[in-house]
Write a new protein. Structure first.
Length: 287
């Protein structure tokens, strides 16, 4: 069968909201129209996708599977649309994603020397979307920080750099030239413990029944605001700490945690002379 992308978008909205009224409002369509589209999709697939009653809406097993696949299909379709639009421009354009603290200018200049006919656009990414922007076509290549979901990607290491712990200026460790991870064992970490496995293995808060809540943080600026307010500590790459220097937060080198790996990433299925040219130019990048 041929999938109707509009119906897939409608399905994903309902699957994420688990409420037809909220999904309809999100899609800016009437709820009866949304219900008809979902029923039509279920008829095409010859299987129910939701179990509905007056109080709840839940996914069936088939619905769970379709949700897992539909997001990838919609992202791929969006990527195709973006690449076709870019190809239609008079001047070839390469869009490059980069994580905070990484200076892309040397690679852009190197590419300009090799391919003066090519335009470059830059997109700042975050831990939450550094891979997503590749799958949905917002960027052609991205400079990412590991760990990251590498499924469907080709990943090439660029360099490693030390990581530092960010603490408030009045913290008990402030002023030390370096610390060991054991000195951080009783601190509250404002990030996923898996990002700092050395801390995770000894953290006291992870051995208590309830770990204090870690708010969803969308940017380095938000993270540093929380650190400055005394909400906890955070371990970040040295270049990021240097780029976001502020007087009320200090970065202290941590002697015994692994460095951060910076890599180039692009879709494993992509083949492009522009991409190859940037991969060569990116050799000029350094911490």
């Amino acid at each position: 069968m041929d999938f109707d992308l509009r119906k897939l978008r409608y399905f994903v909205a309902v699957a994420e909201e688990l409420h037809f009224g909220r999904a309809a409002a999100r899609l800016h369509i009437a709820q009866p129209a949304l219900s008809r589209q979902i029923r039509a999709l279920e008829n095409e697939l010859k299987t129910p996708l939701f179990v509905r009653d007056r109080r709840t809406t839940v996914l069936t097993a088939a619905g769970e599977q379709l949700l897992a696949d539909a997001r990838d299909l919609l992202a791929a379709a969006e990527a195709v649309h973006r690449r076709v639009s870019a190809a239609a421009e008079a001047k070839p354009v390469l869009t490059v994603g980069f994580m905070p603290g990484i200076v892309v200018t040397p690679a852009v200049r190197a590419l300009a020397r090799r391919r003066p006919d090519v335009g470059v656009r830059l997109l700042r990414t975050s831990w939450h979307d550094q891979v997503e922007v590749l799958h949905d076509g917002r960027v052609d290549v991205s400079i990412i920080r590991l760990p990251a979901d590498q499924r469907g990607l080709t990943v090439r290491p660029l360099f490693t750099e030390p990581r530092v712990v960010m603490v408030p200026a009045g913290h008990r460790l402030a002023g030390k030239e370096s610390v060991s991870v054991t000195e951080l064992a009783d601190e509250h970490l404002l990030q996923d413990p898996d990002a700092v496995p050395e801390w995770r293995d000894i953290a006291l808060e992870l051995r208590k029944p309830d770990r204090p809540e870690v708010p969803r943080i969308h940017s380095v600026e938000e993270k540093l605001e929380l650190v400055a307010a005394g909400a906890g500590i955070s371990v970040i790459p040295l270049s990021t700490a240097t780029f976001y220097t502020r007087s009320d937060v200090l970065g202290i080198p941590v002697e015994d945690i692994a460095p951060n790996q910076v890599s180039l990433a692009w879709l494993a299925t992509r083949r492009s002379p522009l991409l190859d040219a940037f991969l060569d130019a990116a050799a000029s990048l350094a911490p």
